[in-house]
Design a protein around this ligand. Structure first.
Ligand SMILES: Cc1ncc(COP(=O)(O)O)c(C=O)c1O
Length: 393
């Protein structure tokens, strides 16, 4: 045995997803990539905004001695300050630069957070369907993920969340706008969740944190607003990145921010500065920190994703699919016409359409379509979507 039993087991368990990707690669090689409709990956297909290239070039051309060296583990103070100003507006609560720590993407932000707060055996509760990696992230730091079903429309089921909270609960982890459902949690439900966590923390005599993973905050449609998490609950933490809203997922730049009203704010920040270091990140990429500081308020055009969403939703509705029209993200999570979503996804694959079964997100009976693809891919895939649905009408 060359690797740990645990990692070997995880690799074994994810062999289904691996097989899907391998099958996708095989289909593309056999039929040509243009004839395979790949909706499987949440990799933004829009180019970064023009200003990103300009600022990147300018930042490189004007680099000074020391610009490529280490900086504080929390990031450059001027970068944290620029982000704190934007965050204050977004959250409607004044956030100071010391409450922001630059991280290696949202994934880095989540791992930094969980390592800082979890003791062995602690539980992190998350509503499902959820991002596949959460279970691994909790486990990375000695915790475990407890999943709680959402309502039919994928909004929070507060009763189910309340029932899941117990003396081992250390955090509730939410993701809105949500991957894979595209749903956004309304303000009243976040306020109710904040009130619930306050009450439960008092009853249990320990702080339950609310961690909000929000890399899709700016990818929203039809004028909907993503409510503030800091306003909803004092003991809250925002983990996010520029991966999706600047289309720079490979550059690994994000941040974590602690609510200005968190009781143990300084302890949390001290803990996160340390965990950023000892997880081996040390600090977020220096060049990208300097770039994003100059791109506050810049975002890819969400109307591009809205057009793709509408094209997809119109076609699927016409074909007889049932779904909630995503108010944000670039994901749609339709209902599979048969309970066995894995089988249905296989049937779509036979039509050269690659999507991910909902089971992978703890949302069985559904499948995820990542519509961050060319419009033409959506148009060309429609006959296949229709053909498979015809069997179940
Ligand atoms: C819900 C969610 N959280 C976190 C991440 C990780 O983001 P990043 O690439 O910025 O680490 C993703 C990426 O797809 C995501 O969908």
């Amino acid at each position: 045995m060359t690797i740990s039993k645990k990692i070997e087991t995880i690799i074994g368990q994810s062999s289904f997803i691996r097989k899907m990707f391998e099958e996708g690669a095989r289909l593309k090689a056999e039929y040509g990539p243009e004839n395979v409709f790949d909706f499987s990956l949440g990799n933004p297909n829009l180019p970064p905004p023009d200003k990103f290239e300009d600022v990147l070039r300018d930042t490189v051309l004007n680099s000074k001695p020391g610009d490529h060296g280490y900086m504080p583990n929390t990031g450059y103070p001027h970068v944290c300050a620029a982000i704190a100003a934007t965050l204050s507006e977004e959250q409607g609560v004044a956030v100071d630069e010391k409450s922001v720590i630059m991280t290696v993407g949202a994934a880095g932000a989540l791992n930094v957070t969980l390592k800082a707060i979890l003791d062995p055996g602690d539980e992190v509760i998350t509503p499902t369907p959820c991002f596949v990696e959460y279970g691994f992230y909790a486990d990375n730091h000695g915790g475990s993920l407890v999943t709680v079903p959402s309502q039919q429309d994928f909004t929070l089921d507060l009763d189910a969340l309340a029932a899941a909270i117990n003396p081992k609960t250390k955090a509730v982890l939410i993701n809105s706008p949500n991957n894979p459902t595209g749903q956004i949690y309304p303000e009243d439900s976040l306020n109710a969740l904040g009130a619930l966590l306050k009450e439960k923390s008092a009853a249990l005599g320990r702080t339950i944190y609310l961690v909000s993973d929000e890399p899709y905050r700016k990818i929203v449609f039809d004028g909907v607003n993503v409510p503030s998490i800091f306003a909803a609950y004092d003991e809250s933490i925002v983990a996010t990145s520029y991966s999706k809203d600047l289309s720079v997922a490979g550059e690994r730049i994000g941040f974590v921010a602690v609510s200005p009203t968190a009781t143990c704010k300084q302890d949390l920040l001290n803990g996160m500065a340390l965990t950023n270091r000892i997880l081996g990140f040390v600090n977020a990429p220096a060049l990208m920190q300097r770039v994003v500081a100059r791109l506050q308020g810049i975002c890819v055009d969400p109307s591009e994703y809205k057009r793709k969403r509408d094209l997809l939703c119109d076609g699927l509705a016409d074909a007889g699919y049932e779904f909630i029209k995503s108010p944000g993200t670039f994901y749609l999570f339709p209902r599979s016409p048969i309970p066995d979503d894995v089988k249905f996804v296989q049937e779509l694959q036979d039509e050269l359409i690659l999507v991910v079964p909902g089971t992978g997100f703890k949302g069985p009976g559904h499948f995820r379509i990542a519509f961050c693809v060319d419009d033409q891919t959506i148009v060309n895939a429609m006959p296949g979507f229709k053909k498979v649905m015809e069997r179940y009408k």
